[in-house]
Design a protein around this ligand. Structure first.
Ligand code: ASP
Length: 285
């Protein structure tokens, strides 16, 4: 336990055994990239973006470059970023032709009067973002990270900076064989992720069912009512399982650096770094 803190997952699901170490390795690299931002005094929001950028850019997780395609063979991406300290978010749904929707979500949060863009017009906002120089693309269409990094399933993280500010993200290509236009929980505030000034959580799994119970809002509410993030994650997953019988996972953290996670899936590669860089925990589920 301790601040700053980052908790990152690489998606809950029926991971093939040989892919689990690859997933865990990439989640660890993403966690280190995000933690470096926190160590250098960056905000929870900065760290959450950098961590998620890594996972979208690595090509080994179901987000960004590595995202699953829809039935038309197209990568339609959903993503969200939340600034818990101001209770604001930016989201994109079913956006195509870009690799880093988390940065677009942050642009929407910070630079527009809106919160949520979808489809082709979300890509127009992305083009506006690049034209304005808010973020820079490298030659291969990946957004340049403010820190250097080598360049599954839905990915997400919760970050808490040294001042106790919380941010959360989610980013995905969605479920296997999805119909074009289908959007899951990942860009939906309170479903795929949620953060406020007390705690944050991000979810992965069967989006249609995660939205039914607003899984991450429920987990944060449990923390607000006195549960630890670990107990809150377990309580949230128990309710989810009872109501839907479906599969999901959630990770959570509070402003004091307590954290937790829970899943009923076969695997959910998860990495936590808290206090200092040597304090790394890795979990397969
Ligand atoms: N939650 C994502 C969705 O339903 C999928 C996942 O977590 O793998 O789009």
């Amino acid at each position: 336990m301790g601040l700053p803190l980052i908790i990152v997952h690489g998606g809950a699901g029926a991971w093939k055994d040989d892919r689990i170490p690859i997933g865990l390795e990439n989640v660890e690299k993403a966690a280190i990239a995000g933690f470096q931002v926190l160590e250098e005094g960056g905000s929870a929001l900065d760290a959450a973006e950098v961590c998620t950028l890594f996972m979208e850019s690595c090509g080994n997780l179901n987000a960004g470059a590595g995202a699953r395609s829809n039935l038309d063979g197209v990568k339609e991406l959903d993503a969200m970023i939340i600034d818990g300290s101001s209770l604001t978010f930016g989201s994109v749904a079913a956006v195509t032709g870009i690799l880093n929707p988390v940065s677009l979500a942050r642009y929407i949060l910070e630079k527009t009067d809106y919160a949520f863009f979808a489809g082709d017009n979300a890509r127009r906002v992305y083009e506006q973002m690049i034209a304005e120089g808010y973020r820079e693309e490298t030659g291969d269409g990946i957004i340049r990270s403010p820190i250097d990094f080598e360049t599954g399933d839905t990915v997400g993280c919760v970050t808490v900076d040294s001042e106790g500010r919380i941010a959360a993200t989610s980013s995905t290509g969605g479920i296997s064989n999805k119909m074009p236009g289908r959007v899951g929980d990942s860009p939906v505030m309170g479903a795929g992720a949620f953060a406020n000034e007390v705690a944050g959580a991000t979810a992965t799994g069967w989006g249609e069912h995660i939205m039914r119970v607003l899984l991450t809002r429920m987990v944060v509410l449990h923390v607000e009512q006195g549960s630890s993030p670990m107990t809150a994650s377990e309580e949230g997953m128990k309710f989810f399982q009872e109501k839907t019988g479906s599969e999901a996972g959630v990770v959570a953290a509070d402003k004091n650096g307590n954290y937790g996670w829970s899943t009923n899936a076969k695997a959910m590669p998860t990495v936590v770094i808290s206090g200092d860089r040597t304090n790394i925990e890795k979990h397969l589920r």
